[in-house]
Design a protein around this ligand. Structure first.
Ligand code: ZN
Ligand code: ZN
Length: 648
């Protein structure tokens, strides 16, 4: 969409500019700023341009053009434009906070999805009720329309400047940068260390809102000071901001931590430890239903169920490369003076199962499936509810196959993922992640594995993005990002292709010609971490699960005590028909019982009054409030079974 201009420097005083698809134009100034150049070109909607790309690199509109280059305007509503706007808004927030809170120290303030944050060191943590005051001050600064002024100075000068200002964190940052020169940006009386670029002036910020406060360690390090973080959002106009805030409101209602508590699904406890989940009865049923479903689906597709131990000797983790490449994420323990690693992945036992017998090409592929409990050390700052935890269960499988089978096996996994995502009513996108810096294996193997994944995607005619350098340490992967009801994306399934671990563990099979050959290995999860998947599932449905997943499918509500014996009988009948049923026979008003059942998001309520008791039937009521016609017990049981069968 964006017009592309080419500047051709002819003399010092005159430049030729080529507008894409248009004739060359002269520009009559020496070292014009990007903004001046765009003005001279009569670019339309210049007020919507927040920065420029000079030879593809984001720069300020005030940047001088010195030599031949390509110039491209960055519009406010583009991805880059919004990032620059959001980051600039964080500078304005820092200026406001410094003006309002004496002695506060500033640290860093990057743009993030939909907004920005800034971390401060202050004598007390900031509170939600500080935010309106800070917003007001920011509005003042925006109204004053201060330009963002860029200055390049020596690191020594910058250190002196920030030291005088008492900004120790900035001094530390500059020292760590080890650059000769750094850039500072000033708006009004506030100067920050920053690479830029920024918008022209504070007046360009049209729509922002401060959303929350949180604690965050300086540089994410638990041994460094705890800082106070303020989050905000910023958009190109008020309409977009309003839309976003409404979405946030909806997300809050669906928050899985809140719903997890209200629906009796799970809890976490500081006494137990961070990132460790306690499953309550209803959450455990939900897990059990999903696990059972998964085991059945795996059996259908030729997988074998296996299970490995929780701790394995550290020597084995050294052999696999986990110790070298993944140690920071692992926990270790000692038994009889021997070091053991608590498994962060399930691969090793599966490989040892493969190795326990001589395998011929006729035995392949072997597909080992495990609902594998793993432990990974995640920084405490990133832990949240079920979405980021330290102990979780993966629906993990390893497919060991001949190199020739690799393509069809990957296709089979993609097929599997498609089926399962359909059952859970999720749309999804695919991404291929390539070799990371910290990794094992030869370039040739990596190339082979990456090509195998790309080929499977192409054969399936699936669109995908490439995510450079984000693969696992032993191989490239396909990541599946599912989309929930609020259009948010979540990483769940992955398919990883690996030639390296079979090499390290000397896995072989006997080929047709009697020769030993090396198999390939696919590591794959379909739902990923069950904890995370259930967290996403709760938010996707807002806690109102489809019938087949509902921990309680129906509740029997009596109108008066006269109806209790019949109610108890119905409850027994339903339970023996394998329906997850509860009864509420309390001497309470029916309206209250109905309301409570609705809050529990129970799909069917069975209200037992005199009519139902006399005629020995039922009048089901849906959680939406709609009543179904009077029916017999048998008809109701059929209705439930059919709906579960269709997984609606
Ligand atoms: Zn900045
Ligand atoms: Zn694995």
């Amino acid at each position: 969409m964006d017009a592309l201009f080419r500047f051709k420097k002819v003399t010092c005083k005159e430049m030729k500019i080529q507008l894409k698809d248009k004739p060359l134009q002269d520009i009559h100034s020496e070292r014009p700023t990007a903004h001046e150049a765009l003005q001279q070109l009569n670019l339309k909607n210049l007020d919507r341009v927040v920065a420029v790309k000079i030879n593809g690199e984001n720069r300020d509109l005030t940047a001088e053009i010195e030599a031949d280059c390509e110039l491209e305007p960055v519009y406010l509503d583009s991805e880059d434009g919004l990032e620059i706007l959001r980051h600039s808004t964080s500078h304005v927030m820092a200026m406001a906070v410094k003006a309002l809170f004496r002695g506060v120290k500033v640290t860093i303030g990057p743009a993030i999805e939909n907004g920005f944050y800034y971390d401060f060191d202050y004598e007390r943590p900031f509170r939600e009720d500080d935010l309106p005051k800070i917003e007001d001050k920011m509005k003042e600064i925006i109204k004053e329309d201060h330009p963002f002024i860029r200055k390049e100075i020596s690191s020594r000068e910058a250190i002196n400047f920030f030291r005088e200002e008492g900004e120790d964190y900035k001094v530390e940052l500059i020292n760590d940068l080890k650059e000769e020169k750094v850039t500072l940006y000033t708006q009004g009386n506030f100067t920050d260390l920053c690479r830029g670029p920024h918008i022209l002036s504070t007046g360009r910020i049209k729509a922002f809102h401060l959303t929350s406060v949180a604690g965050a360690y300086w540089r994410g390090d638990e041994n460094r000071p705890m800082l106070s973080r303020i989050y905000g959002v910023a958009f190109e106009d008020r309409k977009q901001l309003k839309k976003h805030l409404q979405r946030l409101e909806e997300a809050k209602k669906r928050d899985h931590v809140k719903l997890g508590k209200e629906l009796g699904l799970f809890s976490t406890h500081e006494e137990i430890g961070s990132g460790l989940v306690v499953w309550h009865p209803k959450g455990c049923i939900l897990r059990h239903i999903i696990e059972e479903f998964e085991i059945r689906e795996h059996f259908k597709r030729g997988y074998e169920l296996v299970k490995g131990p929780q701790i394995l000797k550290t020597e084995l983790w050294k052999k696999s490369g986990h110790f070298e490449n993944y140690r920071e994420n692992m926990y270790f323990t000692e038994v009889d003076n021997q070091s053991y690693g608590i498994k962060p992945m399930n691969c090793l036992s599966h490989m040892l199962i493969y190795k326990s017998e001589i395998r011929s090409y006729r035995d392949l592929p072997k597909r080992y499936f495990e609902l594998g409990l793993v432990h990974r050390h995640e920084r405490s700052g990133v832990l949240r509810g079920l979405l980021r935890v330290r102990e979780f269960t993966q629906d993990d499988a390893h497919i060991i196959c001949t190199p020739e089978q690799l393509n069809s096996e990957i296709k089979g996994v993609l097929e599997f993922i498609k089926d399962v995502m359909g059952v859970f009513q999720f749309d999804y996108e695919l991404e291929i992640s390539t070799r990371p810096e910290k990794s094992i294996g030869s370039d040739e193997d990596w190339e082979r594995a990456t090509q195998a994944l790309i080929k499977a995607m192409k054969d399936h005619q699936l669109p995908y993005d490439i995510n450079e350098g984000d693969g696992a340490f032993y191989g490239p992967k396909i990541d599946v990002k599912l989309k929930d009801a609020l259009d948010r994306t979540w990483q769940c399934a992955t398919v990883q292709c690996d030639f390296t671990l079979p090499e390290r563990f000397n896995l072989v099979y006997i080929d047709k010609d009697g020769q030993k050959r090396r198999p390939a290995m696919i590591h794959r999860v379909v739902l990923g971490a069950l904890e995370r998947f259930i967290g996403v599932l709760i938010e996707h449905h807002g806690g109102a699960f489809p019938l087949w997943l509902s921990p309680v499918q129906t509740t029997v509500l009596t109108v008066t005590d006269r109806n209790i014996p019949y109610g108890e009988m119905i409850l027994k009948v339903l339970k023996s028909a394998d329906i997850r049923a509860e009864g509420d026979f309390r001497n309470e008003k029916l309206g209250l019982k109905v309301r409570e059942a609705q809050l529990q998001k129970i799909p069917y309520m069975l209200i037992i009054g005199d009519k139902e008791t006399e005629k020995e039937g039922l009048t089901p009521r849906l959680r939406s409030g709609r009543n179904l016609p009077f029916m017999t017990q048998g008809e109701f049981i059929d209705l439930i079974n059919e709906e579960c069968r269709q997984r609606r």
